[in-house]
Design a protein around this ligand. Structure first.
Ligand SMILES: [Mg+2]
Length: 182
């Protein structure tokens, strides 16, 4: 179970994702989370640096798909702005939305990266499908009440993974410091 919760890479934010390195390792498709990954939860504006990152990824030939557990209307609006296909109401970590995303992208599991801010949806779902998983720090502390509860468990697991040496200690410390020690 624990190995399914372990991201392949921990980074601060989307713009820290090195597209050239992904390409070097054979990645062709990117499955991108929306809330607290592309823009703050319940936020409306996408930062210019994120839009630029998405445009750069496209220009390098990456195929990108958004998957979100968010409501359809909101997810589709973000998809329209970024001009990327969307799978809304995805209910991650179920395998179904990831399978759908691979179909849209036309990539295999080993050619695909999933990027998101949550262990129990993005990382768990991606790992179950054998994708390369990148965990980002949430863009903003504001979240759904249910997510805040999940974050407490998430923090415990991150601490554990860090102690075992499975994830970078600096990244874990940064994330834990942000969320407190509960
Ligand atoms: Mg998210």
């Amino acid at each position: 179970m624990l190995k399914f919760l372990c991201p392949d890479l921990c980074l601060r934010s989307l713009v820290d994702v090195n597209l050239d390195r992904l390409q070097e390792q054979g990645s062709k498709g990117i499955i991108l989370d929306i809330d607290n990954t592309v823009l703050p939860w319940a936020g409306e504006d996408i930062d210019a640096s994120v839009i630029l990152w998405v445009e750069t990824a496209k220009s390098k030939g990456f195929r990108i798909c958004l998957t979100s557990n968010a409501l359809r209307q909101r997810a589709e609006r973000i998809g329209d702005i970024l001009a990327i296909p969307v799978i809304a109401r995805a209910v991650k970590p179920r395998k179904k939305p990831f399978r759908e995303a691979l179909q849209i992208l036309g990539t295999t599991a080993t050619e695909t990266v999933v990027i998101g801010d949550q262990l129990f949806t993005d990382v768990l779902g991606g790992n179950r499908m054998g994708l390369y998983t990148i965990l980002l720090e949430p863009l903003a502390p504001k979240e759904m009440a249910a997510t805040r509860v999940v974050r407490r468990v998430e923090r415990r697991i991150i601490r554990h993974l860090s102690r075992k040496g499975y994830i970078c200690e600096t990244a874990a410390r940064r994330r834990l410091a942000k969320g407190g020690t509960r």
